[in-house]
Design a protein around this ligand. Structure first.
Ligand code: ADP
Ligand code: MG
Ligand code: MG
Length: 213
């Protein structure tokens, strides 16, 4: 049972790594406006390391939690940068909430998303409005919970939440960064969306296309 979820996790990571490779230049360009320009590179390196680690773990027959634990550790260690550490923690926390002995349900996705948000905020200490990926992750988790509470299936709820996250990521263009590397160049960043929120929304959207009903 858990191995089916683990296989979905590996397939999702592969698709995410490909998506991030396709968007590497654009994410780097966004990060170069008020940051150091390495966001595309970091996301590509982190996600491809995560795919390798996840494939190796899945080949041992472990469940989704152990697959995402291995993926998160690899992502954090190979990506470099703030976002890599946060993505690593988010994957590990999300995976922790996925069951090994039955198929994942909509409620598991909600707990996973909320656990990921909690660990991102515990590590990075960013609040809503600081112009970070938290500005996309908070509305994602809220919409996901709302949709599932209304009785929506996991995949449909995820897609609805990803659409909200995408809108929220776009809206970060209006904000001034209050944390992270973009902080000193806050004014220059106004008019450009936060790179980390942008990449998160891309990933959440892609995963929504892959998970079944
Ligand atoms: P670095 O800033 O170390 O070069 P990246 O360029 O890969 O790392 O990632 C930058 C992104 O990381 C930002 O656009 C922002 O979304 C996110 N980020 C930075 N600091 C924080 C934080 N404290 N909490 C949450 N996200 C953060
Ligand atoms: Mg950077
Ligand atoms: Mg950097």
């Amino acid at each position: 049972q858990g191995q089916a979820t683990a296989a979905v996790a590996v397939a999702s990571l592969r698709a995410v790594a490909e998506l991030l490779r396709d968007n590497e230049d654009e994410l780097g360009r966004l990060d170069a406006i008020a940051g150091d320009g390495d966001h595309g590179r970091g996301m590509t390196r982190g996600s491809s390391a995560a795919v390798e680690a996840a494939e190796a773990a899945a080949a041992q027959g472990v469940g989704p939690a152990a697959v995402l634990l291995a993926a998160g550790d690899a992502w954090a260690s190979k990506a470099g940068g703030t976002s890599g550490v946060l993505w690593g923690a988010a994957l590990r926390s999300f995976g922790d909430l996925l069951p090994d002995d039955r198929e994942a349900r909509a409620a598991d996705l909600v707990s996973g998303a909320e656990a990921a948000l909690t660990s991102v905020q515990r590590l990075g200490r960013a609040e809503l409005g600081d112009k970070t990926l938290v500005d996309a992750l908070v509305p994602f988790a809220e919409e996901l919970r709302g949709a599932v509470d209304e009785g929506s299936g996991g995949a449909a709820a995820w897609r609805r939440a990803a659409a909200v996250a995408t809108k929220a990521a776009t809206t970060t263009a209006e904000l001034r960064p209050r944390t992270g590397r973009a902080r000193p160049l806050a004014e220059r960043s106004v008019g450009t969306p936060d790179p980390g929120a942008t990449s998160l929304a891309l990933v959440l959207t892609r995963v929504g296309e892959l998970i079944g009903e």
